[in-house]
Write a protein that binds this ligand. Structure first.
Ligand SMILES: [Zn+2]
Ligand SMILES: [Zn+2]
Length: 188
């Protein structure tokens, strides 16, 4: 891939491991940086090192079309107030599939934010079922064996390990729901 072709950098949330290179890509290749308003506000308040300059805002349900591919951004707050999880079409061996990239994985610190996260997980599961999501991706590849699965693909896997089907993407959300409920109970 030629990095000069990058038009948009989507920061799924405002933590430095997800925007660290964004300003470099903007400066070097003229890419526009996108983030939810709440997380532009978050990084403005926290003033982290290497934060990108405030640019495009993402709102819930917003679409971004690139060629014949349309990405839909879903606001899934909790991990941060402005976490977004895009749903988008993907192709494997000529077949179309629908992927979600879950935008924020680790449970947040406060009970209130955990409850917000729980609501986001439950609502996203419904959205995913409606959209026919059958591919699960995570922005922390260590959290869902994503890195292992990439290695399986590199090694020539004939069955794509990211295409897990609608039932198992729902199960993935159920695991996050159960984890969050447990963490909320631990807070009491
Ligand atoms: Zn984070
Ligand atoms: Zn992270």
């Amino acid at each position: 891939m030629n990095p000069a072709h990058i038009k948009y950098v989507v920061a799924a949330h405002g933590h430095d491991d997800h925007f660290g290179g964004a300003q470099y890509l903007a400066d070097t290749y003229g890419a526009r940086v996108m983030m939810h308003k709440a997380d532009w506000d978050l990084i403005a308040a926290e003033r982290p090192e290497h934060a990108p300059k405030r640019d495009l805002e993402i709102s819930d349900g917003q679409k971004l079309t690139l060629g014949d591919t349309t990405i839909v951004f879903h606001h899934t707050p909790g991990h941060t107030p402005g976490t977004v999880s895009p749903i988008f079409p993907v192709r494997w061996k000529g077949r179309r599939h629908t992927a979600i990239l879950w935008g924020g994985t680790n449970p947040p610190a406060t009970t209130e934010a955990k409850r917000t996260n729980l609501t986001s997980v439950r609502e996203a599961a419904v959205t995913m079922r409606r959209a026919g999501v059958d591919v699960e991706l995570n922005n922390h590849g260590g959290a869902d064996y994503g890195l292992t699965r990439i290695e399986q693909l590199r090694a020539g896997a004939t069955k794509n390990p990211f295409i897990i089907g609608p039932a198992r993407t729902q199960r993935f959300m159920k695991v996050m729901e159960t984890m969050l409920r447990g963490r909320i109970l631990q807070d009491q």
